[in-house]
Design a protein around this ligand. Structure first.
Ligand code: UDP
Ligand code: MG
Length: 403
């Protein structure tokens, strides 16, 4: 790469810059600006070098300047025409709700947000909902439709929405009109105050009592397990800064834990009461009372607890169990051996259940320690194979960014 090094052109490749320059690693709300500023830095290096060198550098310098002008122009365009807000709604068999949903969202946002998109993720609807979405898209290009091949579930629909969202801010809500789009501007005001995530709280929830009681208990449990203080962890009406959702990965049915998952990267979170309405059209997708999800929530909660507390250090959890179990096993074994020593070799310990327990505990201990070690290996593979950082940066104030 000597040639590229001489002209400095390799330094101008945005992809390699993004990889090399730390300022490009985080994903702040205006990604492009950061990228641009990171491009400006190496330029000063190149220009300095070109002063000392021959004619090759003069042309490189010209090239740099032209390239920068193009980038500045594109950045200005982005700034002026970029989408400010993406409203994401997962849709599964909600055909009768789609028209009113569109009208209510536009009524809430027109005059409040200049450039927004409504991202409808069709999660394999079979009730003709996709045709309604198509018609909405034809009539208004701000409606963006992502259609799944089959039903992948609400979490996958949110995940697709996050992947396709172009806005600096993201709002999610259900498509069944139980959330009120008129609340969106209030959530946005909170984001403008500096919060990263604003969660809706269905204080006056319009669901059946049989549904609300397990939900209340689940909320308390989730709050305890995750340490994220929310009254209502299950409300889909939420608002985020772009960089928060872009770093989220949703698996299974983890959409219920989005604020808790996001808390891992370090967020400023607030909760505000929002309107909640009864379902008027279509059917609830998780059963009338939503009871069948209770067990799944409990199991997911264990995963979340592990993810938030021990994802980067599985050995501390499994190794902890292993050490305790192994040590107790060894102690019992020592005790039995002691008896044998004290009372002589005729003393029988072979038929004592305590011996079984000792062996069992030692074996479990070894298993747990091995599991912890494997976990450590997997975590390292996870981070290193994808070049993922083990931290998330909010801001960098460095000499380079000094005005
Ligand atoms: N949903 C989805 N895929 C599914 C189940 C639900 O996209 O597999 C959507 C559904 O269309 C609705 C939202 O997720 O917009 C919430 O679903 P529902 O109203 O049935 O849940 P609840 O209000 O009972 O929590
Ligand atoms: Mg609903």
């Amino acid at each position: 790469m000597a040639g590229a090094d001489r002209t400095g052109l390799s330094v101008l490749d945005p992809a390699s810059l993004a990889a090399a320059h730390p300022a490009c690693q985080p994903s702040p709300s205006s990604l492009f600006n950061i990228r641009l500023s990171s491009l400006l830095l190496p330029r000063s290096r190149i220009l300095r070098r070109s002063d000392q060198a021959g004619p090759d550098y003069a042309s490189a310098q010209l090239l740099c300047q032209a390239w920068l002008k193009v980038l500045q122009f594109v950045a200005m365009e982005q700034e002026l025409n970029g989408i400010q807000l993406s409203v994401i709604a997962p849709v599964y068999n909600e055909a009768p709700n789609l028209d009113p949903l569109y009208r209510q969202i536009t009524a809430a946002l027109d005059g409040v947000v200049d450039r927004y998109e409504i991202l409808l993720v069709d999660d394999g609807s079979t009730d003709g909902g996709y045709e309604v979405m198509q018609a909405l898209h034809q009539a208004d290009p701000r409606v963006v439709v992502v259609q799944f091949r089959r039903n992948f579930g609400q979490s996958a629909a949110f995940a697709a929405g996050f992947d396709y969202a172009q806005g600096d801010f993201i709002v999610t809500l259900d498509a069944d009109l139980q959330n009120d789009p008129a609340d969106i501007p209030i959530l946005l005001d909170k984001l403008a105050e500096g919060y990263d995530v604003v969660a809706g709280w269905r204080r006056d929830r319009k669901d059946h009592l049989i549904r609300r009681i397990p939900s209340f208990l689940a909320n308390r449990l989730i709050t305890r397990a995750t340490g994220v203080q929310l009254h209502d962890t299950g409300c889909s009406l939420r608002a985020f800064r772009r960089d928060v959702v872009k770093s989220l990965r949703l698996y299974g049915e983890m959409h219920r834990f989005i604020p808790a998952l996001a808390s891992w990267i370090g967020i400023r979170l607030c909760e505000i009461p929002v309107n909640h309405r009864p379902r008027t059209h279509g059917q609830a997708k998780y059963g009338k009372f939503g009871l069948d999800r209770t067990f799944r929530v409990i199991l997911d909660l264990m995963t979340i607890y592990f993810m938030l507390g021990y994802f980067g250090r599985p050995m501390h959890l499994f190794g902890g169990f292993g050490l305790v179990s192994g040590s107790v096993g060894v102690l019992i074994g020592l005790y039995l051996s002691g008896l044998k020593v004290v009372y002589g070799y005729r003393y029988q310990i072979g038929d004592r259940p305590l011996l079984m327990l000792s062996v069992l505990l030692v074996m479990i201990g070894v298993q747990f320690l091995a599991m912890g070690l494997l976990g450590e290996l997997i975590v390292r593979t996870y981070y290193e194979s994808q070049g993922k950082p083990t931290y998330h940066i909010r801001t960098v104030l460095s000499r380079d960014h000094h005005e």
